[in-house]
Design a protein around this ligand. Structure first.
Ligand SMILES: NC(=O)c1ccc[n+]([C@@H]2O[C@H](COP(=O)([O-])OP(=O)(O)OC[C@H]3O[C@@H](n4cnc5c(N)ncnc54)[C@H](O)[C@@H]3O)[C@@H](O)[C@H]2O)c1
Length: 356
């Protein structure tokens, strides 16, 4: 079998830790080219992982290299421009989360994918964990019954991904912690609930830690001359059309005892709780409340994001996180920010076609 020719766009920290680590392990993938506007960053990855071609211009790379698939790992504001161009060149796209900086851009990406007949998957890695796969099986088997309440949160004590970097500059990121961490865990509960139809959202955002480097994430450097015009905390309440509700809280920095990343799904027959890597299941049997603690083996990967996506490219199967899900999620993010800015609950109806 011929190998899929793979190219990386944006050779930053996530690209190496996640995408190169994931694709280089696949026997049917050839790491063909890497591109970054910073030539040293692209060259460093090329040297370390034996990637033969290095570019500073992604269009040139796409025109010359006859690639089958690219990862888009640049700052968020470039996701739409690059994904649309790659699709127009007949190249499949694995785009990092968030799919885009707002719903309008996400729709343009979806339209480009539809025109191209190629595949696009959003890099929502939390959908691929062993825990998420098990919870999805539980839900699909009806073991939770009707889910009527969900909670999602990722709150850090000191976790700003570099004050003054592109992450804290709205023009480059599209938003703050909601678009950075909220995209992972709010997306996850909505995915597990089957992409339900929203009714309204009430959101609140704050900027508290904009003037100090003391709350940067460990290992992340700030830029004192940079912009910080996004929220570092985001809380909200999403009412669903079926009467269920989802409450959420995300923060890059807050005065809490310890960091927590969690979600809870509460249904008529059972519940699940995932917190800081630990999954618990709750139900009732023979008039008795029962707690269950699955023993998941982290060495056995139930679902591999990279194998999955290349499999979708080779078979034409729909990926687990298609562009339609990105459009759905960005409509929620847009409504959340509108609610926070206008100080009121916002009613909205995303287009659910293809999202379910
Ligand atoms: N899925 C996850 O868990 C996860 C984790 C971290 C980051 N991310 C996402 O990955 C993306 C990158 O984040 P990061 O932390 O690696 O950022 P980063 O700043 O470390 O890397 C971004 C890289 O893109 C390069 N770049 C900028 N403009 C470019 C262009 N026009 N062409 C090519 N390269 C360009 C920069 O020079 C930089 O090397 C973001 O969208 C972020 O949201 C996802």
């Amino acid at each position: 079998m011929e190998k899929l020719r793979y190219g990386l766009i944006g050779a930053g920290s996530n690209a190496e830790k996640k995408h190169i680590a994931g694709y280089r392990g696949l026997p049917h993938v050839e790491l063909a080219a890497v591109c970054d506007v910073n030539p040293a960053a692209a060259q460093a990855l090329a040297d370390k992982y034996d990637i033969p071609a290095v570019y500073t211009n992604y269009r040139e790379m796409l025109e010359r290299e006859k690639l089958d698939v690219v990862s888009v790992c640049t700052p968020n504001f470039l996701h739409a421009e690059i994904s649309i161009y790659a699709l127009s060149q007949g190249v499949n796209v694995h785009c990092e989360k968030p799919l885009a900086v707002n719903e309008a851009e996400a729709r343009e990406i979806l339209a480009a994918r539809q025109r191209s007949g190629k595949q696009l998957m959003v890099g929502l890695n939390n959908r691929f964990t062993n825990e998420a796969v098990l919870v999805k099986q539980y839900i699909d088997a009806g073991l939770l019954g009707d889910i009527y309440e969900a909670k999602a949160g990722w709150i850090r004590r000191s976790g700003i991904p570099g004050r003054g970097t592109w992450f804290t500059n709205r023009a480059l990121s599209g938003g703050g912690v909601m678009i950075d961490l909220g995209v992972h865990y709010l997306d996850l509960v909505l995915y597990l609930m089957g992409m339900p139809e929203p009714a309204y959202i009430a959101g609140n955002t704050r900027q508290t830690f904009t003037n100090t480097d003391s709350r940067n994430r460990n290992g992340y450097k700030g830029n004192p001359a940079g912009v910080f015009d996004v929220e570092d905390s985001a809380v909200g309440f999403l009412k669903l059309a079926n009467g269920a509700s989802v409450s959420f809280e995300f923060s890059w920095a807050s005065n809490i005892e310890q960091d927590r990343a969690y979600y809870e799904l509460i249904g008529t027959k059972g519940g699940v709780k995932f917190e800081n890597g630990k999954l618990s299941l709750f139900t009732e049997q023979f008039d008795t409340c029962i707690d269950m603690q699955p023993k998941l083996n982290p060495n056995v990967k139930r679902l591999n994001e990279f194998e999955h996506f290349t499999g979708c490219i080779l078979t034409g199967r729909q990926p687990l996180a298609p562009a339609e899900h990105g459009v759905y999620f960005m409509s929620i993010v847009d409504a959340f920010y509108r609610s926070a800015a206008e100080n009121r609950a916002v009613t909205f109806q995303p287009n659910l076609v293809g999202a379910r």
